[in-house]
Design a protein around this ligand. Structure first.
Ligand SMILES: Nc1nc2c(ncn2[C@@H]2O[C@H](COP(=O)(O)OP(=O)(O)OP(=O)(O)O)[C@@H](O)[C@H]2O)c(=O)[nH]1
Length: 242
């Protein structure tokens, strides 16, 4: 089965006050970080579709530049601007289906802690029991359509139908009679992503600052652990030679 990834990065970033795709995170734009993490979950194979607003200026996303191995990256644009993420999903899923991708993990661009295990877990759940069209996490009292796995062809159609009916909430995809949908409960999600870090999205400058601080604290802990284990290695070799 061919798997793909879909990153939505249109939208207005009104609360953030600057385009989220370009936010610097660990020395690279947030879109690049999220693309890299999603590509890791897909083992750098298949297709990554980025759906932008018309004329949106984005960081360089060529696969060579990102060193994403055999992964293909396609940039497409909303054909109905400013109508929200359901349009981005419809356009991106249709593109994936045209390119022979069966299922897609769809994410927003503002999730710096997206976990590869979460993505793989949802694909696995989608492939159970004859296959599901929609696999959507349900956690912290909400359903999360922008952290979910979709069957590209069937859900692209259903999204168009919802748009035509002016039912613009992606969560409605779960209730379509011709789609096989399932939600994944929080306790199962926490087994692969204990803090639900994948769901941590950045909407405001405060969210961004807190995320940067947490990333930097996590980096310090990691560096301290590495230094500690290097010290222990030194002392161990000291014993051996003594
Ligand atoms: N392609 C596309 N993506 C969208 C659209 N609207 C929102 N998104 C993306 O969907 C995700 C969630 O968007 P929101 O945080 O709800 O909206 P936003 O426009 O980013 O921010 P606000 O203006 O503050 O609401 C983000 O990754 C957005 O980039 C859209 O019309 N088209």
């Amino acid at each position: 089965m061919r798997r793909g990834g879909l990153i939505l990065c249109g939208g207005r970033s009104r609360r953030m006050g600057q385009p989220k795709a370009w936010l610097d995170f660990g020395g690279e734009p947030l879109l690049v970080r999220v693309a890299r993490r999603l590509a890791t979950a897909l083992e750098n194979q298949g297709l990554l579709v980025v759906v932008a607003a018309p004329h949106q200026n984005l960081p360089d996303l060529t696969a060579d530049h990102l060193r994403l191995g055999g992964m293909e990256i396609r940039l497409v644009h909303d054909d109905r601007p400013d109508r929200g993420p359901l349009v981005g999903l419809a356009v991106g899923l249709a593109e994936a289906a045209r390119r022979g991708i069966q299922r897609v993990y769809a994410t927003s661009v503002d999730v710096p802690f997206l976990a590869a295990d979460w993505v793989r877990f949802l694909f696995d759940r989608a492939e159970e029991e004859g296959g599901f069209d929609v696999v959507m996490p349900e956690a912290q009292g909400f359903r999360h359509p922008l952290a979910a796995v979709y069957c590209a062809a069937s859900v692209a159609w259903a999204a168009e139908r919802l748009i035509a009916a002016d039912r613009m909430r992606p969560v409605f995809l779960l209730d379509q009679p011709d789609l096989r949908g399932r939600t994944i409960p929080e306790e199962e999600l926490r087994r692969v992503d204990p803090a639900l870090a994948t769901l941590r999205n950045l909407n405001t400058p405060e969210d961004y600052e807190r995320a940067l601080a947490d990333e930097s604290a996590a980096g310090s802990v990691e560096r301290a652990a590495l230094a500690d284990s290097a010290d222990r290695d030194d002392s161990a070799s000291g014993c051996e030679t003594g």
